[in-house]
Design a protein. Structure first.
Length: 519
Protein backbone atom coordinates (compact mmCIF):
# COMPACT_ATOMS: atom_id res chain seq x y z
CA UNK A 1 0.00 0.00 0.00
CA UNK A 2 1.26 3.47 -0.82
CA UNK A 3 2.71 5.56 1.97
CA UNK A 4 0.95 8.73 3.10
CA UNK A 5 3.60 10.80 1.29
CA UNK A 6 3.21 8.80 -1.92
CA UNK A 7 -0.56 9.15 -1.76
CA UNK A 8 -0.27 12.89 -1.13
CA UNK A 9 1.99 13.26 -4.18
CA UNK A 10 -0.45 11.21 -6.27
CA UNK A 11 -3.32 13.45 -5.19
CA UNK A 12 -1.39 16.61 -6.05
CA UNK A 13 -0.62 15.23 -9.50
CA UNK A 14 -4.24 14.22 -10.09
CA UNK A 15 -5.52 17.62 -8.99
CA UNK A 16 -3.12 19.39 -11.33
CA UNK A 17 -4.23 17.14 -14.20
CA UNK A 18 -7.90 17.66 -13.41
CA UNK A 19 -7.50 21.41 -12.98
CA UNK A 20 -5.45 21.90 -16.15
CA UNK A 21 -7.91 19.78 -18.08
CA UNK A 22 -10.97 21.93 -17.61
CA UNK A 23 -9.67 25.05 -19.37
CA UNK A 24 -12.31 27.75 -19.14
CA UNK A 25 -15.03 25.52 -17.65
CA UNK A 26 -16.01 26.42 -14.07
CA UNK A 27 -14.30 24.02 -11.68
CA UNK A 28 -17.35 23.21 -9.61
CA UNK A 29 -19.35 22.49 -12.78
CA UNK A 30 -16.50 20.51 -14.32
CA UNK A 31 -16.25 18.16 -11.34
CA UNK A 32 -19.13 16.06 -12.72
CA UNK A 33 -17.01 15.05 -15.72
CA UNK A 34 -13.84 14.17 -13.83
CA UNK A 35 -15.61 12.44 -10.94
CA UNK A 36 -18.08 10.76 -13.30
CA UNK A 37 -15.25 9.44 -15.46
CA UNK A 38 -13.42 8.09 -12.41
CA UNK A 39 -16.61 6.28 -11.39
CA UNK A 40 -17.13 4.93 -14.93
CA UNK A 41 -13.55 3.64 -14.95
CA UNK A 42 -13.97 2.10 -11.49
CA UNK A 43 -17.15 0.11 -12.18
CA UNK A 44 -15.72 -1.06 -15.52
CA UNK A 45 -12.51 -2.33 -13.93
CA UNK A 46 -14.36 -3.63 -10.91
CA UNK A 47 -16.71 -5.86 -12.91
CA UNK A 48 -13.78 -7.09 -15.03
CA UNK A 49 -11.79 -7.98 -11.92
CA UNK A 50 -14.79 -9.72 -10.39
CA UNK A 51 -15.37 -11.81 -13.53
CA UNK A 52 -11.64 -12.61 -13.76
CA UNK A 53 -11.60 -14.03 -10.24
CA UNK A 54 -14.66 -16.14 -11.02
CA UNK A 55 -12.95 -17.51 -14.13
CA UNK A 56 -9.74 -18.25 -12.20
CA UNK A 57 -11.81 -20.34 -9.80
CA UNK A 58 -13.34 -22.05 -12.84
CA UNK A 59 -9.89 -22.94 -14.18
CA UNK A 60 -9.68 -20.26 -16.89
CA UNK A 61 -7.07 -17.76 -15.63
CA UNK A 62 -6.47 -16.29 -19.11
CA UNK A 63 -10.08 -15.23 -19.63
CA UNK A 64 -10.32 -11.52 -20.53
CA UNK A 65 -13.81 -10.02 -20.32
CA UNK A 66 -12.75 -6.93 -22.29
CA UNK A 67 -12.13 -9.08 -25.38
CA UNK A 68 -15.29 -11.19 -25.63
CA UNK A 69 -18.37 -10.35 -27.67
CA UNK A 70 -21.42 -8.61 -26.23
CA UNK A 71 -23.51 -11.62 -27.24
CA UNK A 72 -21.37 -13.99 -25.18
CA UNK A 73 -21.40 -11.59 -22.24
CA UNK A 74 -25.20 -11.63 -22.10
CA UNK A 75 -24.95 -15.09 -20.53
CA UNK A 76 -23.71 -13.61 -17.26
CA UNK A 77 -25.90 -10.48 -17.15
CA UNK A 78 -28.34 -11.84 -14.56
CA UNK A 79 -25.58 -13.14 -12.27
CA UNK A 80 -23.67 -9.86 -12.39
CA UNK A 81 -26.74 -7.74 -11.60
CA UNK A 82 -27.59 -10.01 -8.67
CA UNK A 83 -24.07 -9.90 -7.23
CA UNK A 84 -22.69 -6.50 -8.30
CA UNK A 85 -25.94 -4.57 -8.76
CA UNK A 86 -25.18 -3.57 -12.37
CA UNK A 87 -23.98 -4.94 -15.71
CA UNK A 88 -21.71 -3.52 -18.44
CA UNK A 89 -21.26 -5.08 -21.86
CA UNK A 90 -17.64 -5.48 -23.06
CA UNK A 91 -18.12 -2.87 -25.79
CA UNK A 92 -19.35 -0.41 -23.14
CA UNK A 93 -16.38 -0.79 -20.81
CA UNK A 94 -14.35 2.32 -20.01
CA UNK A 95 -11.19 0.58 -21.24
CA UNK A 96 -12.64 -0.11 -24.69
CA UNK A 97 -14.36 3.26 -25.08
CA UNK A 98 -11.13 5.14 -24.27
CA UNK A 99 -9.24 3.32 -27.03
CA UNK A 100 -11.58 4.72 -29.69
CA UNK A 101 -12.43 8.04 -28.03
CA UNK A 102 -10.31 10.26 -30.32
CA UNK A 103 -11.77 8.84 -33.51
CA UNK A 104 -15.37 8.49 -32.30
CA UNK A 105 -17.35 11.28 -33.98
CA UNK A 106 -20.40 10.29 -31.93
CA UNK A 107 -18.62 9.96 -28.58
CA UNK A 108 -21.18 12.08 -26.75
CA UNK A 109 -24.08 9.95 -28.00
CA UNK A 110 -22.25 6.72 -27.25
CA UNK A 111 -21.44 7.79 -23.69
CA UNK A 112 -25.03 8.83 -23.11
CA UNK A 113 -26.26 5.46 -24.42
CA UNK A 114 -23.75 3.55 -22.28
CA UNK A 115 -24.72 5.39 -19.11
CA UNK A 116 -28.42 4.76 -19.78
CA UNK A 117 -27.66 1.09 -20.40
CA UNK A 118 -25.73 0.71 -17.13
CA UNK A 119 -28.54 2.30 -15.14
CA UNK A 120 -31.16 0.28 -17.04
CA UNK A 121 -29.38 -2.98 -16.19
CA UNK A 122 -30.66 -2.64 -12.63
CA UNK A 123 -34.29 -1.82 -13.47
CA UNK A 124 -36.66 -4.24 -11.79
CA UNK A 125 -33.99 -5.50 -9.39
CA UNK A 126 -33.02 -4.73 -5.79
CA UNK A 127 -30.28 -2.35 -6.94
CA UNK A 128 -32.55 -0.21 -9.12
CA UNK A 129 -32.77 2.69 -6.66
CA UNK A 130 -29.00 2.60 -6.10
CA UNK A 131 -28.21 2.93 -9.83
CA UNK A 132 -30.97 5.27 -10.98
CA UNK A 133 -29.67 8.64 -12.17
CA UNK A 134 -26.05 8.05 -11.18
CA UNK A 135 -24.79 9.65 -14.40
CA UNK A 136 -27.42 12.39 -14.58
CA UNK A 137 -24.88 15.15 -13.87
CA UNK A 138 -22.59 13.93 -16.68
CA UNK A 139 -24.23 16.06 -19.36
CA UNK A 140 -22.55 15.13 -22.66
CA UNK A 141 -24.27 17.96 -24.55
CA UNK A 142 -23.51 20.79 -22.14
CA UNK A 143 -22.52 24.06 -23.84
CA UNK A 144 -19.94 24.46 -21.06
CA UNK A 145 -17.87 21.75 -22.76
CA UNK A 146 -17.78 23.53 -26.11
CA UNK A 147 -19.90 25.42 -28.61
CA UNK A 148 -20.03 22.54 -31.11
CA UNK A 149 -20.40 18.75 -30.94
CA UNK A 150 -16.85 18.37 -32.28
CA UNK A 151 -15.39 20.56 -29.53
CA UNK A 152 -17.47 18.82 -26.85
CA UNK A 153 -16.34 15.41 -28.04
CA UNK A 154 -12.72 16.54 -28.08
CA UNK A 155 -12.92 17.61 -24.45
CA UNK A 156 -14.84 14.45 -23.44
CA UNK A 157 -12.16 12.31 -25.10
CA UNK A 158 -9.47 14.28 -23.31
CA UNK A 159 -11.19 13.75 -19.95
CA UNK A 160 -11.55 10.00 -20.50
CA UNK A 161 -7.95 9.58 -21.67
CA UNK A 162 -6.64 11.66 -18.77
CA UNK A 163 -8.58 9.64 -16.20
CA UNK A 164 -7.27 6.47 -17.88
CA UNK A 165 -3.69 7.59 -17.18
CA UNK A 166 -4.28 8.28 -13.48
CA UNK A 167 -2.41 5.83 -11.28
CA UNK A 168 -5.33 4.48 -9.30
CA UNK A 169 -3.99 1.03 -8.55
CA UNK A 170 -3.26 -2.10 -10.54
CA UNK A 171 -5.81 -4.76 -11.36
CA UNK A 172 -6.47 -7.40 -8.67
CA UNK A 173 -4.75 -5.17 -6.11
CA UNK A 174 -6.82 -5.21 -2.91
CA UNK A 175 -5.87 -1.58 -2.22
CA UNK A 176 -7.38 -0.38 -5.49
CA UNK A 177 -10.73 0.42 -3.93
CA UNK A 178 -9.11 2.60 -1.29
CA UNK A 179 -7.11 4.43 -3.96
CA UNK A 180 -10.17 5.10 -6.09
CA UNK A 181 -12.25 6.16 -3.09
CA UNK A 182 -9.55 8.31 -1.52
CA UNK A 183 -8.83 10.03 -4.83
CA UNK A 184 -12.52 10.69 -5.37
CA UNK A 185 -12.86 12.23 -1.90
CA UNK A 186 -9.67 14.26 -2.39
CA UNK A 187 -10.99 15.72 -5.64
CA UNK A 188 -14.35 16.51 -4.03
CA UNK A 189 -12.50 18.30 -1.24
CA UNK A 190 -10.46 20.32 -3.72
CA UNK A 191 -13.50 21.25 -5.81
CA UNK A 192 -15.39 22.17 -2.62
CA UNK A 193 -12.49 24.34 -1.46
CA UNK A 194 -12.38 26.09 -4.82
CA UNK A 195 -16.14 26.64 -4.80
CA UNK A 196 -16.13 28.15 -1.28
CA UNK A 197 -19.47 28.24 0.50
CA UNK A 198 -21.41 26.37 -2.19
CA UNK A 199 -18.85 23.60 -2.15
CA UNK A 200 -18.93 23.39 1.63
CA UNK A 201 -22.52 22.18 1.42
CA UNK A 202 -21.27 19.07 -0.37
CA UNK A 203 -18.30 18.12 1.76
CA UNK A 204 -17.39 17.70 5.43
CA UNK A 205 -13.60 17.89 6.02
CA UNK A 206 -12.19 14.42 6.56
CA UNK A 207 -10.69 15.17 9.97
CA UNK A 208 -14.11 16.29 11.25
CA UNK A 209 -15.77 13.23 9.69
CA UNK A 210 -13.27 10.99 11.44
CA UNK A 211 -13.83 12.67 14.81
CA UNK A 212 -17.60 12.26 14.51
CA UNK A 213 -17.20 8.58 13.62
CA UNK A 214 -14.90 8.01 16.60
CA UNK A 215 -17.31 9.74 18.96
CA UNK A 216 -20.32 7.77 17.74
CA UNK A 217 -18.46 4.45 17.74
CA UNK A 218 -16.74 4.71 21.11
CA UNK A 219 -17.86 2.10 23.65
CA UNK A 220 -20.49 1.01 21.12
CA UNK A 221 -19.30 -2.45 19.97
CA UNK A 222 -22.53 -3.72 18.42
CA UNK A 223 -23.07 -1.21 15.65
CA UNK A 224 -25.07 -2.81 12.84
CA UNK A 225 -26.61 0.28 11.24
CA UNK A 226 -25.23 3.82 10.85
CA UNK A 227 -27.31 6.77 9.66
CA UNK A 228 -26.84 10.31 8.35
CA UNK A 229 -30.06 12.26 7.59
CA UNK A 230 -28.14 14.98 5.70
CA UNK A 231 -25.52 12.75 4.14
CA UNK A 232 -24.04 15.10 1.52
CA UNK A 233 -21.32 13.26 -0.40
CA UNK A 234 -21.27 10.47 2.17
CA UNK A 235 -17.94 11.25 3.83
CA UNK A 236 -19.33 10.77 7.34
CA UNK A 237 -20.86 7.38 6.59
CA UNK A 238 -17.71 6.21 4.85
CA UNK A 239 -15.56 6.85 7.90
CA UNK A 240 -17.42 3.88 9.37
CA UNK A 241 -16.72 1.89 6.23
CA UNK A 242 -12.99 2.54 6.74
CA UNK A 243 -13.01 1.59 10.43
CA UNK A 244 -15.89 -0.42 11.83
CA UNK A 245 -16.94 -1.52 8.35
CA UNK A 246 -13.72 -3.48 7.93
CA UNK A 247 -14.43 -5.34 11.16
CA UNK A 248 -18.10 -5.80 10.30
CA UNK A 249 -18.63 -6.36 6.56
CA UNK A 250 -22.39 -6.59 7.14
CA UNK A 251 -22.65 -3.04 8.48
CA UNK A 252 -25.52 -1.17 6.81
CA UNK A 253 -25.32 2.49 5.78
CA UNK A 254 -28.42 4.68 5.62
CA UNK A 255 -28.61 8.27 4.42
CA UNK A 256 -30.94 10.90 3.04
CA UNK A 257 -30.12 13.94 0.92
CA UNK A 258 -32.29 16.64 -0.63
CA UNK A 259 -29.87 17.84 -3.32
CA UNK A 260 -29.86 15.59 -6.44
CA UNK A 261 -26.22 16.30 -7.32
CA UNK A 262 -25.03 15.50 -3.82
CA UNK A 263 -27.28 12.44 -3.72
CA UNK A 264 -25.48 11.11 -6.79
CA UNK A 265 -22.05 11.93 -5.35
CA UNK A 266 -22.90 9.98 -2.20
CA UNK A 267 -24.04 6.84 -4.00
CA UNK A 268 -21.01 6.94 -6.31
CA UNK A 269 -18.80 7.39 -3.26
CA UNK A 270 -20.31 4.25 -1.72
CA UNK A 271 -19.51 2.16 -4.81
CA UNK A 272 -15.97 3.55 -5.02
CA UNK A 273 -15.33 2.52 -1.42
CA UNK A 274 -16.51 -1.00 -2.27
CA UNK A 275 -19.70 -0.79 -0.23
CA UNK A 276 -21.95 -3.13 -2.17
CA UNK A 277 -25.41 -1.95 -3.24
CA UNK A 278 -27.19 -4.22 -0.73
CA UNK A 279 -25.24 -2.64 2.16
CA UNK A 280 -26.34 0.95 1.61
CA UNK A 281 -29.67 2.72 1.32
CA UNK A 282 -29.35 6.37 0.26
CA UNK A 283 -32.62 8.23 -0.47
CA UNK A 284 -33.41 11.51 -2.23
CA UNK A 285 -35.98 13.59 -0.32
CA UNK A 286 -36.46 16.35 2.26
CA UNK A 287 -35.50 14.78 5.59
CA UNK A 288 -37.49 17.13 7.81
CA UNK A 289 -40.74 16.86 5.85
CA UNK A 290 -40.51 13.43 4.22
CA UNK A 291 -38.23 11.12 6.23
CA UNK A 292 -37.41 7.96 4.31
CA UNK A 293 -35.99 5.66 6.97
CA UNK A 294 -38.60 5.63 9.73
CA UNK A 295 -39.14 1.89 9.19
CA UNK A 296 -35.38 1.23 9.30
CA UNK A 297 -34.90 2.92 12.69
CA UNK A 298 -33.57 2.71 15.30
CA UNK A 299 -29.93 3.20 14.36
CA UNK A 300 -26.92 2.24 16.49
CA UNK A 301 -24.85 5.24 15.39
CA UNK A 302 -25.78 8.57 13.84
CA UNK A 303 -23.30 11.06 12.42
CA UNK A 304 -24.31 14.26 10.68
CA UNK A 305 -23.38 17.76 9.62
CA UNK A 306 -26.82 19.16 8.72
CA UNK A 307 -27.18 22.54 6.97
CA UNK A 308 -26.80 25.51 9.31
CA UNK A 309 -29.82 27.72 10.03
CA UNK A 310 -31.85 26.24 7.18
CA UNK A 311 -35.27 27.80 6.65
CA UNK A 312 -38.15 25.33 6.86
CA UNK A 313 -41.96 25.28 7.16
CA UNK A 314 -42.03 24.97 10.96
CA UNK A 315 -45.22 26.38 12.47
CA UNK A 316 -46.67 27.11 9.03
CA UNK A 317 -47.18 23.37 8.62
CA UNK A 318 -49.81 22.45 11.21
CA UNK A 319 -49.12 18.73 10.82
CA UNK A 320 -45.52 19.00 12.05
CA UNK A 321 -46.33 19.79 15.70
CA UNK A 322 -47.93 16.33 15.94
CA UNK A 323 -45.09 14.58 14.13
CA UNK A 324 -43.74 11.90 16.47
CA UNK A 325 -40.20 13.16 15.91
CA UNK A 326 -40.89 16.75 17.03
CA UNK A 327 -43.91 16.43 19.34
CA UNK A 328 -42.05 15.35 22.52
CA UNK A 329 -40.42 18.80 22.85
CA UNK A 330 -43.81 20.52 22.67
CA UNK A 331 -42.52 23.14 20.20
CA UNK A 332 -40.98 23.27 16.76
CA UNK A 333 -37.65 24.74 15.77
CA UNK A 334 -38.17 28.29 14.41
CA UNK A 335 -38.90 28.71 10.71
CA UNK A 336 -35.66 30.65 10.27
CA UNK A 337 -33.41 27.95 11.74
CA UNK A 338 -34.16 24.23 11.43
CA UNK A 339 -30.99 23.12 13.28
CA UNK A 340 -32.81 21.66 16.27
CA UNK A 341 -35.45 20.09 14.02
CA UNK A 342 -32.64 17.94 12.62
CA UNK A 343 -31.50 17.24 16.18
CA UNK A 344 -34.97 16.06 17.23
CA UNK A 345 -35.24 13.98 14.04
CA UNK A 346 -31.96 12.22 14.88
CA UNK A 347 -32.91 11.68 18.50
CA UNK A 348 -36.08 9.87 17.39
CA UNK A 349 -34.04 7.61 15.06
CA UNK A 350 -31.41 6.76 17.72
CA UNK A 351 -31.44 3.37 19.45
CA UNK A 352 -31.52 3.16 23.24
CA UNK A 353 -27.84 2.16 23.38
CA UNK A 354 -26.73 4.25 20.40
CA UNK A 355 -24.79 7.49 20.09
CA UNK A 356 -25.38 10.48 17.80
CA UNK A 357 -22.58 12.97 17.01
CA UNK A 358 -23.91 16.10 15.30
CA UNK A 359 -22.17 19.25 14.03
CA UNK A 360 -24.25 22.25 15.12
CA UNK A 361 -24.32 25.96 14.43
CA UNK A 362 -23.26 27.68 17.71
CA UNK A 363 -26.42 29.79 17.98
CA UNK A 364 -28.52 26.75 18.89
CA UNK A 365 -26.56 26.46 22.13
CA UNK A 366 -27.79 29.70 23.66
CA UNK A 367 -30.60 31.31 21.64
CA UNK A 368 -33.92 31.84 23.42
CA UNK A 369 -37.52 31.24 22.40
CA UNK A 370 -38.52 27.82 21.09
CA UNK A 371 -34.90 26.73 20.73
CA UNK A 372 -34.46 27.21 24.47
CA UNK A 373 -37.54 25.04 25.08
CA UNK A 374 -36.12 22.28 22.90
CA UNK A 375 -32.79 22.44 24.78
CA UNK A 376 -34.73 22.28 28.04
CA UNK A 377 -36.45 19.09 26.85
CA UNK A 378 -33.11 17.53 25.86
CA UNK A 379 -31.42 18.45 29.14
CA UNK A 380 -34.30 17.41 31.40
CA UNK A 381 -34.36 13.99 29.77
CA UNK A 382 -30.58 13.63 30.09
CA UNK A 383 -30.10 13.17 26.35
CA UNK A 384 -27.19 15.61 25.98
CA UNK A 385 -23.98 13.73 26.73
CA UNK A 386 -21.25 16.11 25.54
CA UNK A 387 -20.83 19.48 23.84
CA UNK A 388 -17.53 20.12 22.04
CA UNK A 389 -16.41 23.55 20.86
CA UNK A 390 -14.44 23.12 17.62
CA UNK A 391 -11.82 25.52 16.24
CA UNK A 392 -12.95 28.22 13.81
CA UNK A 393 -12.38 28.00 10.06
CA UNK A 394 -12.49 24.21 9.66
CA UNK A 395 -15.21 24.10 7.03
CA UNK A 396 -15.27 25.44 3.48
CA UNK A 397 -17.20 28.70 3.28
CA UNK A 398 -17.82 28.79 7.05
CA UNK A 399 -15.36 30.81 9.11
CA UNK A 400 -17.13 30.63 12.47
CA UNK A 401 -16.34 28.06 15.13
CA UNK A 402 -18.93 25.26 15.01
CA UNK A 403 -19.59 22.71 17.73
CA UNK A 404 -20.47 19.03 18.15
CA UNK A 405 -23.35 17.80 20.27
CA UNK A 406 -23.24 14.17 21.35
CA UNK A 407 -26.62 12.64 22.20
CA UNK A 408 -27.36 9.42 24.06
CA UNK A 409 -30.66 7.92 25.16
CA UNK A 410 -29.25 5.50 27.69
CA UNK A 411 -29.27 6.89 31.22
CA UNK A 412 -25.95 8.43 32.24
CA UNK A 413 -25.01 7.84 35.89
CA UNK A 414 -23.92 11.45 36.42
CA UNK A 415 -26.98 13.27 34.94
CA UNK A 416 -24.51 15.85 33.65
CA UNK A 417 -23.16 17.31 30.43
CA UNK A 418 -19.45 17.26 29.60
CA UNK A 419 -18.23 20.48 28.00
CA UNK A 420 -14.99 20.32 25.98
CA UNK A 421 -13.18 23.40 24.66
CA UNK A 422 -11.20 22.25 21.62
CA UNK A 423 -11.13 25.71 20.05
CA UNK A 424 -7.33 25.93 20.29
CA UNK A 425 -6.58 22.38 19.14
CA UNK A 426 -5.62 22.99 15.51
CA UNK A 427 -2.83 23.95 13.12
CA UNK A 428 -2.98 26.48 10.31
CA UNK A 429 -3.08 25.05 6.79
CA UNK A 430 -3.17 27.89 4.27
CA UNK A 431 -6.36 29.81 4.86
CA UNK A 432 -7.99 26.93 6.76
CA UNK A 433 -7.44 25.24 10.11
CA UNK A 434 -6.85 21.52 10.57
CA UNK A 435 -7.56 19.03 13.35
CA UNK A 436 -4.48 16.81 13.39
CA UNK A 437 -4.68 13.21 14.68
CA UNK A 438 -3.15 14.31 17.99
CA UNK A 439 -5.88 16.93 18.38
CA UNK A 440 -8.54 14.30 17.75
CA UNK A 441 -6.82 11.99 20.24
CA UNK A 442 -6.91 14.70 22.91
CA UNK A 443 -10.61 15.34 22.32
CA UNK A 444 -11.31 11.61 22.55
CA UNK A 445 -9.26 11.36 25.75
CA UNK A 446 -11.33 14.13 27.34
CA UNK A 447 -14.55 12.56 26.03
CA UNK A 448 -13.71 9.14 27.44
CA UNK A 449 -12.38 10.34 30.81
CA UNK A 450 -15.45 12.50 31.40
CA UNK A 451 -13.93 14.64 34.13
CA UNK A 452 -12.76 18.21 34.66
CA UNK A 453 -9.49 19.38 33.14
CA UNK A 454 -8.54 23.01 33.57
CA UNK A 455 -9.12 25.16 30.47
CA UNK A 456 -10.26 22.10 28.46
CA UNK A 457 -13.16 20.23 30.06
CA UNK A 458 -15.88 20.69 32.64
CA UNK A 459 -18.58 18.28 33.82
CA UNK A 460 -21.72 20.25 34.71
CA UNK A 461 -24.89 18.92 36.33
CA UNK A 462 -28.08 19.14 34.28
CA UNK A 463 -29.81 21.09 37.07
CA UNK A 464 -27.13 23.77 36.96
CA UNK A 465 -27.52 24.06 33.18
CA UNK A 466 -31.29 24.39 33.51
CA UNK A 467 -30.81 27.17 36.05
CA UNK A 468 -28.41 28.89 33.63
CA UNK A 469 -31.17 29.48 31.06
CA UNK A 470 -30.51 26.06 29.43
CA UNK A 471 -27.31 27.52 28.01
CA UNK A 472 -25.13 24.86 26.37
CA UNK A 473 -22.36 27.18 25.24
CA UNK A 474 -18.96 25.72 26.15
CA UNK A 475 -17.50 29.11 27.04
CA UNK A 476 -20.12 29.48 29.79
CA UNK A 477 -18.63 26.58 31.74
CA UNK A 478 -15.00 25.93 30.74
CA UNK A 479 -12.63 28.47 32.23
CA UNK A 480 -10.63 30.37 29.64
CA UNK A 481 -6.88 30.46 30.13
CA UNK A 482 -5.52 33.98 30.55
CA UNK A 483 -2.72 34.15 28.01
CA UNK A 484 -1.94 37.81 28.61
CA UNK A 485 1.57 38.63 29.79
CA UNK A 486 1.82 39.19 33.56
CA UNK A 487 2.81 42.81 34.29
CA UNK A 488 5.14 43.63 37.20
CA UNK A 489 3.90 47.04 38.42
CA UNK A 490 7.09 47.78 40.40
CA UNK A 491 9.24 47.22 37.33
CA UNK A 492 6.91 49.30 35.17
CA UNK A 493 6.99 52.21 37.68
CA UNK A 494 10.78 52.05 37.89
CA UNK A 495 11.09 52.06 34.10
CA UNK A 496 8.64 54.95 33.88
CA UNK A 497 10.63 56.97 36.45
CA UNK A 498 13.80 56.37 34.44
CA UNK A 499 12.10 57.52 31.24
CA UNK A 500 10.78 60.65 32.96
CA UNK A 501 14.23 61.49 34.29
CA UNK A 502 15.78 60.96 30.86
CA UNK A 503 13.09 63.14 29.37
CA UNK A 504 13.80 65.95 31.85
CA UNK A 505 17.51 65.83 31.03
CA UNK A 506 16.73 65.98 27.33
CA UNK A 507 14.45 68.98 27.83
CA UNK A 508 17.22 70.78 29.72
CA UNK A 509 19.66 70.19 26.86
CA UNK A 510 17.14 71.45 24.30
CA UNK A 511 16.50 74.57 26.39
CA UNK A 512 20.23 75.23 26.58
CA UNK A 513 20.65 74.89 22.81
CA UNK A 514 17.73 77.25 22.15
CA UNK A 515 19.22 79.79 24.60
CA UNK A 516 22.60 79.68 22.83
CA UNK A 517 20.96 80.18 19.46
CA UNK A 518 19.06 83.18 20.82
CA UNK A 519 22.26 84.89 22.00
Amino acid sequence: MATMQERAELHKTIWKIANDLRGSVDGWEFKAYVLGSIFYRFISENICDYIHLLMVDAGQPDFDYTQISDEMAENIRKKMVEEKGYFILPSQLFQNVVEKADSDENLNEHLSSIFRSIEASAVGTESEDDLRGLFSDFSVDSQALGSTVIKRNQLLAKVLKTVATMDLGSRYDDTTNDTFGDTYEFLMQMYASEAGKSGGEFFTPQQVSELLARLAAWNNPNIQKVYDPACGSGSLLLKFAKTIGRENPNLKYFGQEVNPTTYNLCRINMFLHNVNYDNFDIRLEDTLLKPQHMDDAPFDAIVSNPPYSLKWEGKDNTILINDERYAPAGVLAPKSAADLAFTMHMLWHLSEQGTAAIVEFPGVLYRGGDEKKIRQYLIKNNYVDTVIQLPANLFFGVGIATCIIVLKKSAKPDASVLFIDASKLFVKNGNKNLLLPEHQDKIMELFQNRKDEQYLAKLVKNDDILENDCNLSVSSYVEQEDTREVINITEVNAKLATLVAEGNELNKKIDAIIKELGE
